[in-house]
Design a protein around this ligand. Sequence first.
Ligand code: IVH
Length: 670
Amino acid sequence: MPKSEIRQQIERLREEINQHNMQYYVLDDPLVTDQYYDQQMRELQALEAAHPEFASPLSPTSRVGGEVSKQFATVTHEAAMLSLENAFDEAEMLAFNKKLSDLLGIDSPLQFSAEPKLDGLAVSLLYRNGELVRAATRGDGQSGENITPNVRTIKAVALKLIGKQLPELLEVRGEVYLPLAGFNALNESQRQNNAKLFANPRNAAAGSLRQLDSTITASRPLSFCSYGIAQLEGIEMPDTQYAQMQLVKALGLPISPYIQQLESIQACFEYYRQIAAARDSLPFEIDGVVYKLNVLKLQKKAGFVSRAPRWAIAWKFPAQEVMTRLLDVEFQVGRTGALTPVARLEAVEVGGVIVSNATLHNMDEIRRKDIRIGDTVIVRRAGDVIPEVVAAVLKDRQPEFELPQMPALCPVCQSPVVQQEGQAAYRCSAGLICAAQRKEAIKHFSARKAMDIDGLGDKLVEQLVDLGLIDSVAGLYALSLEQLSGLERMASKSAQNLLDALEHSKQTTLQRFIYALGIREVGEATALSLANHFRELAAIQQADQETLMQVGDVGPVVAANIVAFFAQEENQKIIQSLLDAGISWPPIAAPDALDLALKGFTYVITGTLENYSRQQAAELLASKGAKVSSSVSAKTTAVIAGDKPGSKVDKALKLGVTILDERTFEELVK
Ligand code: IVH
């Protein structure tokens, strides 16, 4: 091929890849599959490698990084990078609104442009004649660090602007952040490499961005969202904040999909409620909402005070991370005997609730985070996840503070604690002799996804075991009205209700029963596979390891757990007495008699369905032979989306996977 043609081919590929990037990151509307994109990228890489004379820092292939700096050069910001004033409630928002109205001498409602406040790092991007020439951190607001090679690796950042009319100069300000999926994956790989864990997505984003070796930054799935224009030359400046952002989007940079123009401060209240409600289902972390006076002329008139504009405010959510003292570490014994370290904390408000306990996960994690009793620690409570200790604040560390120690004896039954080879968990060795394990086994048995015994809550199970009324799940079905009515906080009406619920639970399914037994590592999915494969409980009880491994998702470890479970005489006895009590399930038809209309299809269920729990929906799909998976991939047949579906739907849209609503789902399983 002649040189000129190669050059053209390279140019064409770069244009096309840039266009796909724009569709994906800015418009959220990919036109091609990931595979196609990767293929174009590889083709371009091959051509550039064979013809280094055509290399360019603006090529999309340069996003893999490679540049290594000794230190970051200093950049002086032409316009200062300011921070924001905060508000925490409606009263403070009203005060902000009034102060602005007075200052501007305006009686009519002020208009605002609003968007979520991303929890990442502020970055300035400078484009000359449409090309990214510089990226810098905020630093102290007056000058920051030149991190251009690193920012180039972020796919959401356009290396070249697009559009017919490009500005001679454009400085965009925005937030570099790490989406939650990327954060979780990063910490998982840190864990596997025994490396330090990042406390939160923000810290991980900061650590990833300030790397002297840009290949490290390239390996972290950072993203970017614009929120303002600091300089513009060569095209006319739009006259509102909102229009500014539309221009930025048209030039090929991502802006918040949630941006809205609001007509009054009252509308700002409503917007806050909407974003707060959506917060937990967003695929990235936000810590509030930012409101900016929409009309630029008014912004100018309002001006600045020291480090923040008078025309903008951040309405922050209650903090999800707070500092408090770690008073002690205790160990909780779970269903399988595993001892989990639990932090006892000086009570503190996190994310709007008072917290005095938090999980420390396991001993490895404590060591990795170097958390000691007495430390000031950072406690985090995000969404409906249980609170956790994410880090220690080292400046408050005293030399006498010590790492918590795994006790040698079970804190509940005083039996020896053992660590099995190759396993992280420490366990109480007593099995069902240990009251804690017995209680957990009973709680598991009665749970909604297991035998679904309505009204048998955790507190009640603990009372029943502590009073010696039951010592295994078998005892549940022998409880009498007198025994139950005698319990604390138990009226005879609720005692009767519980008996009814117990009676009701006897009609179950083989899958639920197997799951309810609490065999180690046999979750709902495995229980379903076992039920469908063997169809009879006796067949599972008699199966040896090899036979068990013929079942789809049963590997050697799970098979060994199953064999070991049924080999225990105590377990056999319990199962027999459960059956004697009248627990039964409908027979499972032979596979050839089953209507497996959905065999070979894979579904993902997300969000809240109106008429089914996700578990029920999964059971229905599985009964038709479909596979139900928890993550969306190109192989997913369709995503069934209920209310508040979250990121799985975004992913499905990106991959072009069909999305079904509840009605269509019902048609499917009918
Ligand atoms: S506007 C002059 N908008 O919050 C206005 N900031 O607390 C400057 N941030 O340093 C900022 N999302 O890093 C603005 N939609 C948004 C934002 C946002 C996140 C960060 C930004 C800034 C900090 C101020």
